[in-house]
Design a protein. Structure first.
Length: 443
């Protein structure tokens, strides 16, 4: 994918995609109130699944509003190994060509680089009746999150075995089934959905995940010729169509609500005013309610969202829940906001207990945070203090950047390759609205 911006008007990170996976650092200085406009790119958590869905139909698929992130390049490499070629004819666009010459094998050296590789399982099994998918981390996959993926596919007639660390799935042709999830898993919903579009008969997915990215995938599948009812609800009904009847399509990726929340948080901690062009308030309803409780003024517009931040935020208590609740991906941003809010806030992680790896890094910046199991108690301070920190993952890395905006002195963030996986020019977009931030190449 070419390193072209989605929005040519904002300053561009000068590093190439290859170098953006290296040991660059982001250097942040305490910044005044951010002001201006940020264009919100397409969603990482949608586009990777849309790319996998192109396995279902031959032809030329056009995806637009594609974020320029490392994970798109990695997914392109994986699909190329399977048989779908990817080019970028224009900034923010992908042309994906499926000639039908598909090898339904996802090799370990590519799978281990990206968790979304699991999303090729449903399309390959549903269309071609066989798939071999390598799984990093050894042979015991019973406790892994994919157990719901596999049990759902088995209910649809698949035979699944484990062979030298690979999941091998076969089926003459999948058939419709009633699949009920114990938990509304996004990945399992996506895999059963894409497997069901070619299954014989009707598949009902109960307790399906309801995230906007699921609805985005459904809309693309419908434009390809799939028959899906209940889009946006917890009960999806998929009437299978004959193999070979789906067609290539053109689809515009839904905006990234996590990136939008990141810029909201940046405005919030600096007392700024931003217009987030493309942000979908209806995709962040619960989060926006809680941000309002913290003192933000949020005004939805027809083409985005305006945010006006107070001089200092108010502390609140927050708990993560499946959509439409507060997503766990928002949590590092919320903890960062609470770290400089007035009062004490308690954050409870109900989805992934103990997922607080970034707290030690925030504490290096002077945050007062205590964790106990799946709870974090955050005592707000007027300001943080700059220090060297390391990003442990995508969202925590972005939260550390936001924290650096309100830290006295200099904050240097390493592990930037994590941020590159999910953010389209975070540094350039923040710099364009007044942040004192730059990216430096490795020494």
């Amino acid at each position: 994918m070419s390193p072209s911006p989605l929005d040519p008007s904002h300053p561009r990170d000068p590093l190439s995609p290859d170098r953006r996976t290296s040991d660059a650092v982001v250097v942040v200085h305490r910044s005044g109130p951010l002001q201006g406009e940020v264009v919100v790119p397409g969603a990482k958590n949608s586009v990777l699944k849309l790319m996998a869905a192109t396995l279902l139909a031959d032809g030329e698929h056009h995806l637009t509003n594609v974020p320029d992130i490392a994970d798109v390049s990695i997914m392109s490499d994986l699909l190329a190994a399977i048989g779908v070629t990817t080019t970028s004819p224009a900034p923010g666009e992908l042309l994906m060509v499926n000639t039908g010459d598909i090898t339904p094998v996802a090799p370990y050296e590519l799978v281990e680089r990206i968790r979304a590789s699991i999303n090729v399982l449903g399309p390959l099994l549903g269309r071609f009746g066989r798939v071999r998918l390598s799984l990093p981390g050894g042979d015991d996959f019973g406790s892994r999150p994919i157990d719901m993926h596999l049990s759902g596919l088995e209910a649809m007639g698949a035979t699944i075995t484990l062979d030298h660390g690979d999941v091998v799935a076969t089926a003459d042709r999948l058939h419709g089934a009633d699949v009920t999830f114990e938990f509304p898993s996004v990945g399992a919903t996506e895999n059963i959905l894409t497997a069901a579009v070619h299954a014989k008969g009707t598949t009902v997915i109960d307790n399906a995940a309801r995230e906007p990215e699921i609805s985005d995938l459904c809309r693309m599948l419908v434009s390809m010729g799939a028959d899906i009812e209940g889009i946006g609800t917890s009960r999806l009904v998929v009437h299978g169509v004959e193999p070979g009847t789906l067609r290539a399509t053109r689809h515009d990726t839904v905006p990234d609500r996590i990136q939008a929340a990141t810029y909201l948080a940046a405005a919030a901690v600096t007392g700024g005013e931003l217009f987030l062009r493309g942000a979908r308030a209806d995709h962040m309803d619960m989060l926006l309610r809680r941000f309002t409780d913290m003192g933000l003024e949020l005004v939805p517009q027809h083409d985005g969202l305006s945010v006006y931040a107070p001089e200092r935020l108010r502390a609140i208590d927050v708990a993560t829940l499946p959509y439409p609740g507060i997503a766990t991906d928002y949590k590092p941003l919320i903890v960062t906001m609470l770290a400089v809010a007035d009062g004490v806030g308690i954050v409870t992680e109900n989805l992934y207990p103990g997922r607080f790896r970034y707290v030690e890094e925030l504490c290096r910046l002077g945050a007062d945070i205590r964790t106990d199991g799946h709870h974090a108690v955050v005592r707000g301070r007027a300001a943080l203090s700059g220090a060297p920190v390391r990003a442990p993952d995508i969202r925590a890395g972005a939260a550390l950047v936001v924290a650096g905006l309100v830290a006295e002195g200099t904050t240097t963030i390493s592990g930037v390759h994590h941020i590159d996986r999910g953010y389209d020019d975070l540094v350039g977009r923040l710099a364009a609205v007044g942040a004192s931030i730059e990216r430096r190449p490795p020494r």
